[in-house]
Design a protein around this ligand. Structure first.
Ligand SMILES: CC(C)(COP(=O)(O)OP(=O)(O)OC[C@H]1O[C@@H](n2cnc3c(N)ncnc32)[C@H](O)[C@@H]1OP(=O)(O)O)[C@@H](O)C(=O)NCCC(=O)NCCS
Length: 190
């Protein structure tokens, strides 16, 4: 199983507990930037202990094929610039995951999210053989909607009060991709 996938400029690789310091720095540096797009985080979330325990849990979930969390890295400097994850994985007759991602503010607008989402889809369909990846986005998050459109996600519908974001039940637009569509496009590697 490939746990590292790359484009020319960025790569994604499985996160490990040893990434706790880098993940904490990323989250602390981007706290204000990310706050409008995330669930409410207690102060204790922004500690090394909390980040390490999240990464330990993430490793267990990866091994159980329940979630796959990746760091996103600048291929030139190996600096961590964001995170992309396939979560809430269900197998059996669904083979579905939910997609989430963020990019550090100072790396925004350089195509990192688009590449990382493509690579995560390569992993989902090409490595672990999920059948469907879905992503929910708040209507006002136009940059994120653009990322999904660039990668080829299809708009499926509107989900009122879908997620609690920054303390409020926020409506989301729902996007998805199935393996058939990904294969038709030849994945990101073509
Ligand atoms: C959304 C996010 C992941 C985008 O990351 P990024 O690396 O800057 O994305 P990319 O550079 O790959 O692509 C962004 C696209 O949105 C476009 N865009 C950015 N801001 C825009 C705006 N205000 N209006 C219209 N388009 C916009 C860019 O021009 C680009 O499209 P293009 O390639 O056609 O020019 C990043 O801003 C982020 O982490 N936001 C906070 C967390 C978040 O929203 N996560 C997703 C939750 S669903």
């Amino acid at each position: 199983l490939l746990t590292r996938l790359g484009s020319e400029r960025w790569y994604i690789r499985a996160l490990a507990p040893s990434d706790a310091e880098a993940v904490l720095a990323l989250r602390v540096d981007n706290k204000d930037f990310l706050e409008p797009y995330e669930p409410v985080r207690p102060d204790s979330f922004f500690t090394l202990e909390a980040q390490r325990s999240q990464l330990e849990m993430g490793e267990k979930q990866w091994d159980a094929d329940l979630a796959y969390a990746f760091g996103i890295f600048d291929a030139g400097s190996d600096e961590m610039v964001g995170r992309v994850a396939l979560s809430n994985v269900v197998w059996a007759a669904w083979r579905n995951a939910t997609l989430g991602y963020f990019i550090a503010q100072r790396f925004n607008g350089k195509g990192a999210a688009t590449d990382a989402v493509r690579l995560a889809c390569d992993f989902a369909f090409g490595q672990v053989h999920l059948h469907r990846v879905q992503a929910g986005v708040m209507p006002r998050n136009v940059a994120s909607i653009r990322v999904l459109e660039k990668v080829g996600f299809r708009h499926e519908g509107f989900s009122p009060r879908y997620l609690n974001i920054n303390g409020k039940w926020e409506d989301h637009e729902m996007f998805a991709l199935t393996a058939e569509e990904w294969d038709e496009d030849g994945g990101s590697l073509s």
